[in-house]
Design a protein around this ligand. Structure first.
Ligand code: BG6
Length: 293
């Protein structure tokens, strides 16, 4: 079996606090910064997630790779260019609020954060967030968003998962056939329909698939594996690779890295944006598994 060429151990940094997971089923790493899952390696497989060698590991800055949690907006803020893309929770410290070793052998970690007076200038609502990370043969990520205020609010949310692929030019994504998407490559937003059964990659790809609860599958003939991304509480799936020019513009992404990564993100945004009533909780989960082929 091939293993990914990315030396993820050399890429992750010890300059921010993290929880290291090592159980009979998998090893992994989650930073408190953003409750950011940076590594997951189930026994018998190479690293499944992707990290950039150029990632920053700094307070107030997002980590490039792994699984950034995007909230309360997705992408650039719709009105204010001074606010950070993908919201603010990916760039701040969360706290570890729970830890269990499950009978299956998997490890369950719970990370928490909340909005407060310090975030009112960016988003004037009260939300309590909990990210439950279960690492074993599968990697399950569940984001619970509680409306802790007195009025309904709307928000976006995404588990912006970066995967290691052998070569994105040879990878295929299955499962999104028949649905509509916003083609956002090159900064546009054009509505299109996914007629083919597989998405293939020949240039910058930035697709926001709408109204889909389908499982997505990455087929990777180079690493001889298939990654399945099943989901709950999510109606949007984002498929993203920056390709050459956009990668070159990102300071925290090395120019040569784009062929080795592919994002398939579990999300709710645009017409799938969430409205949460006071006291109510929305749960959105991704369940990731890998099989050799
Ligand atoms: C993807 C978006 O989810 O995230 C892309 O669809 C965006 O448009 C990408 O470029 C990375 O965003 P960022 O803020 O982490 O550079």
């Amino acid at each position: 079996m091939s293993t990914p060429s990315t030396a993820t151990e050399a890429i992750v940094r010890d300059t921010l606090p993290f929880v290291a997971v090592a159980n009979p089923l998998a090893t992994g790493r989650v930073y408190l910064h953003g409750a950011h899952v940076a590594q997951w390696r189930p026994v018998g497989h190479g690293e499944v997630l992707w990290m950039s060698a150029r990632s920053l590991f700094a307070d107030g800055k997002p980590i490039r790779g792994g699984v950034p949690v995007c909230f309360p907006w997705f992408g650039p803020h719709p009105e204010r260019s001074d606010l950070p893309a993908h919201g603010f929770v990916r760039s701040r410290a969360w706290r570890l609020s729970g830890h269990d070793e499950l009978p299956s052998g998997a490890t369950r970690l719970v990370f928490a954060t909340a909005t407060g007076p310090e975030t009112d200038a960016q988003w004037p609502h009260r939300a309590d967030l909990a990210l439950t990370v279960t690492m074993g043969t599968t990697l399950t990520l569940e984001l619970a968003i509680v409306n802790a205020g007195g009025a309904p609010f709307t928000c976006d949310a995404a588990l912006h998962t970066y995967f290691t692929v052998g070569d994105v030019r040879r990878a295929r994504v299955l499962g999104l056939q028949g649905g509509e998407y916003l083609d956002r490559a090159g900064g546009q937003s054009v509505r299109a329909r996914q007629d083919a059964d597989a998405i293939t990659f020949t240039g910058e790809t930035d697709r926001f698939h709408l109204a889909t609860e389908a499982e997505a599958v990455i087929e990777d003939p180079v690493l001889h594996r298939r990654i399945r991304i099943a989901k709950r509480g999510s109606r949007s799936t984002v498929v993203w690779n920056p390709w050459i020019a956009k990668a070159a513009k990102m300071p925290d992404f090395a120019d040569h890295e784009w062929p080795g990564m592919l994002c398939v993100e579990t999300a709710n945004a645009f017409s799938d944006r969430l409205t949460i009533a006071p006291g109510a909780t929305h749960r959105m989960a991704a369940e990731i598994s890998v099989e050799s082929v």
